[in-house]
Design a protein around this ligand. Structure first.
Ligand code: ADP
Ligand code: MG
Length: 369
């Protein structure tokens, strides 16, 4: 059993450390970073407010980026602290956990310092729950602990999709790198009824089918793994037309065979329509990874079509992955899916393994019978 906020007992007058995932997208010069999307801060408010409404003192702690154990102004939590002060006045936020190498190495001395003066621990950082870092697995060893609302909902939704999905369950996968996600694709073969594959990763599959892919992204050392998946029992839908740049760098639409030096950067309109039909007729859909280089307007149409289908289908819809969630928000469909997971790697790993180090740690907390 994973303890919930209700399992903390009376929180009045207690000091609660909330591990949040405030790893928000930012832009601007290193010394004056601005938050470009505060979704992850707002997502922590139900947990923070539950605690403050009941008289607890709340201290939040998060990582931001990869400062690798050294203090770096670029990754300072200061802009996030300002935004948090507007959204949840009186709530503290510690400096970037990863400024101390003890966070990633799970150093007991770092954990001891982190929980000094703290009575309760709450993990609401789903996006970091797949890491055995100090702030994730350390505090529940000694402190009464709980999953925050966000973590709780992630586990409920993804757990249900993993164990008891309405079928057919379709996984729509894209994004740049296939090696990042191959383990998950393999694990998902025992869960899903079909795959729909676009994005940069589709070209390694097309290459595995012996098709010419020009200069598109390809991970040659994954071709054999793709061949194996293609020969398996689960249908894998691949694009049949491609949009990208021709050998002269001009925008072009291609069939499934790319000319020499052409580069595929989005699925074509025919494939987008076919993929959207699959999404529309599914009963559960998990989407991770954009269908193309959607940051460039010329190559956003495939991702936009899938995002729209996700918003319109009657299926239960879950979107995981930072870039996929950003695309969904960019096209205005954020509110029209059933669940936007705050964790990219964590949602994939949870679907793959059904458990995460952060959840195991919570189950071992002293307040859990
Ligand atoms: P997520 O964060 O949703 O898990 P990824 O990080 O795996 O997604 O992939 C997102 C990135 O993949 C985007 O920056 C996008 O531009 C890139 N991408 C998608 N399709 C292509 C392509 N055909 N060629 C190059 N990059 C691509
Ligand atoms: Mg990403």
């Amino acid at each position: 059993m994973i303890p919930h906020l209700e399992d903390l007992g009376d929180v009045r007058g207690k000091t609660a450390l909330v591990r949040t995932d405030f790893n928000v997208p930012m832009s601007g010069p290193d010394s004056a970073r601005v938050i470009t999307d505060d979704f992850r801060i707002r997502a922590a408010l139900p947990t923070i407010n539950w605690l403050t409404d009941r008289g607890a003192k709340v201290i939040c702690a998060s990582h931001l980026g990869r400062p690798k154990g050294v203090v770096n102004i670029k990754y300072s939590m200061a802009p996030i602290r300002e935004r948090l002060a507007e959204l949840a006045p009186g709530v503290e936020l510690l400096e970037n956990l990863r400024f101390d190498a003890g966070e990633e190495s799970n150093d007991p001395a770092f954990v001891a310092q982190l929980i000094n003066g703290v009575d309760l621990y709450i993990n609401d950082a789903f996006g970091a729950a797949h890491r055995s870092h100090g702030s994730i697995v350390g505090p529940p060893k000694t402190l009464p602990s709980a999953a925050g609302r966000l973590l709780q909902r992630e586990v409920e939704v993804l757990g249900e999709m993993r164990k008891n999905p309405k079928r057919p369950l379709i996984a729509v996968l894209g994004g740049a790198k296939i090696s990042d996600k191959l383990g998950v694709i393999e694990a998902l073969t025992s869960i899903v009824d079909a795959f729909v594959i676009g994005g940069g990763m589709c070209f390694t599959f097309l290459a595995a089918k012996g098709l010419p892919i020009g200069d598109s992204l390809c991970e040659k050392n994954q071709i054999d793994a793709c061949k194996k998946l293609l020969a398996g029992n689960v249908p894998i839908h691949l694009p049949e037309d491609i949009v990208g740049l021709d050998a002269d760098g001009n925008f072009a639409t291609f069939g499934v065979r790319l000319p020499e030096h052409a580069k595929g950067l989005d699925i074509g309109p025919g494939s987008a329509a076919a993929f959207a039909d699959i999404v529309m007729s599914a009963r559960s859909v998990f989407w991770n990874g954009p269908m193309g280089m959607f940051e460039d307007d010329r190559f956003a149409a495939g991702t936009r079509t899938i995002a729209q289908a996700m918003s319109e289908t009657k299926a239960f819809t879950v979107v995981g992955g930072g870039d996929s969630a950003a695309a969904l928000a960019q096209f205005g469909y954020e509110k029209d899916v059933d669940h936007v997971s705050t964790g990219g790697g964590a949602s994939l790993e949870f679907l793959e393994l059904g458990d995460l180090p952060g959840l195991i740690a919570l189950r071992g907390a002293p307040n859990v019978k």
